[in-house]
Design a protein around this ligand. Structure first.
Ligand code: SF4
Ligand code: SF4
Length: 242
C-alpha cells in the first residue's frame, strides 16, 4: 500500500479526456466483475464523503476513520487527508463484500459514485458555489477509458449524475475544492515560519474542521461553514493577520 496519496487526482485534460457537454451522453462497458473495488489504496475522501459514510453507518467520524480509514499529511498538499484503508489481507476496499457488492452503496464516496466518469472543478475568485451558472462553468465531467468488456451502457450525463445524486452535491464539492486549494497554499506559507509543534497543532485543527467536527444527525453545510470560519480565525492568528 502506498504510504500517502493526495487530495484530488488528474483532471480530464491531464488524462487526455474531453469534457462531456452537460446535455451530452456517453457510453461504457461493464461486466460487473467488481475489480474496480479490489486493490484500491487511492480512495481519498472529502469531508462530505466521510459525513455521508458516517450517516450511512450511524457512526461518528472518529469511529469510521479508526475502523475503515487512514489519516496522513499529504506529500504534495501538506494538509491532512483521509482515505479508505484497504484490507490488509486482500488490498481490497474495506467496504467491498464477498458478494462483489459495495456495503455502503448509497453512501459511497464521490470518486466511486462517478466511476467511470471523472470530475474536474475549476474555481475562480468571486465565484458563487450556489449560482447555477457558476456551477455549470466550474464543474465538468469526462469519461475515463475503463478498458473493460461486458454489456455496453449508453446514458445521458444528466441521467447518470441524477442517479447517484451527484448534481445536488456539486455546491459542496466546489466549496471543498476551493477551500482545500486555498488551505494548501496558506499551510505551505506557514510551514516556512512555524515550529513543528505549531504545525502539529495546525494539522489537528485542519483535520477537525475538514473531517472530524461533523455530526451526521445535523445538516452538513452549516457545520462545515462554521468549521471553515473557525479555521480561518486560527489561520489568521498564526499568520499574524489579527
Ligand atoms: S467497470 Fe470494469 S472493473 Fe469495474 S465492475 Fe465493471 S467490468 Fe469490473
Ligand atoms: S466504497 Fe464501495 S464502490 Fe467504492 S471502492 Fe469501496 S466497495 Fe467499491
Amino acid at each position: 500500500m502506498r504510504k500517502t496519496i493526495d487530495l484530488g487526482g488528474m483532471d480530464g485534460a491531464e488524462k487526455g479526456c474531453t469534457d462531456i457537454p452537460r446535455d451530452g451522453d456517453f457510453s461504457f462497458q461493464c461486466a460487473g466483475c467488481g475489480d474496480c473495488c479490489r486493490k484500491r489504496d487511492d480512495i481519498v475522501l472529502s469531508g462530505y464523503d466521510l459525513y455521508r459514510i458516517c450517516r450511512r453507518l450511524s457512526l461518528p467520524p472518529e469511529i469510521v476513520i479508526h475502523a475503515f480509514c487512514q489519516k496522513f499529511v499529504g506529500a504534495s498538499t501538506h494538509i491532512p487527508v483521509v482515505r479508505l484503508a484497504p484490507r490488509k489481507e486482500s488490498g481490497n476496499c474495506p467496504f467491498f463484500t464477498a458478494e462483489n457488492r459495495c456495503a455502503i452503496h448509497d453512501g459511497k464516496p464521490l470518486v466511486c459514485a462517478l466511476y467511470p466518469l471523472g470530475q474536474t472543478i475549476r474555481t475562480w475568485q468571486g465565484m458563487n458555489p450556489d449560482d447555477p451558472a457558476d456551477i455549470e462553468k466550474a464543474v465538468s465531467y469526462f469519461a475515463q477509458d475503463t478498458g473493460c468488456s461486458g454489456e455496453k451502457v449508453q446514458l445521458t450525463l444528466s441521467q447518470y449524475l441524477d442517479g447517484f445524486g451527484i448534481r445536488e452535491r456539486e455546491p459542496l464539492d466546489i466549496r471543498w475544492a476551493r477551500d482545500c486549494l486555498a488551505l494548501i497554499s496558506r499551510v505551505k506559507g506557514l510551514e516556512k515560519r512555524l515550529r513543528p509543534i505549531e504545525m502539529k497543532y495546525l494539522h489537528r485543527k485542519i483535520e477537525k474542521a475538514l473531517y472530524l467536527n461533523l455530526d451526521f444527525h445535523e445538516d452538513f453545510l452549516p457545520q462545515y461553514d462554521r468549521n471553515i470560519d473557525e479555521l480561518e480565525r486560527i489561520l489568521s492568528r498564526l499568520e499574524g493577520v489579527t
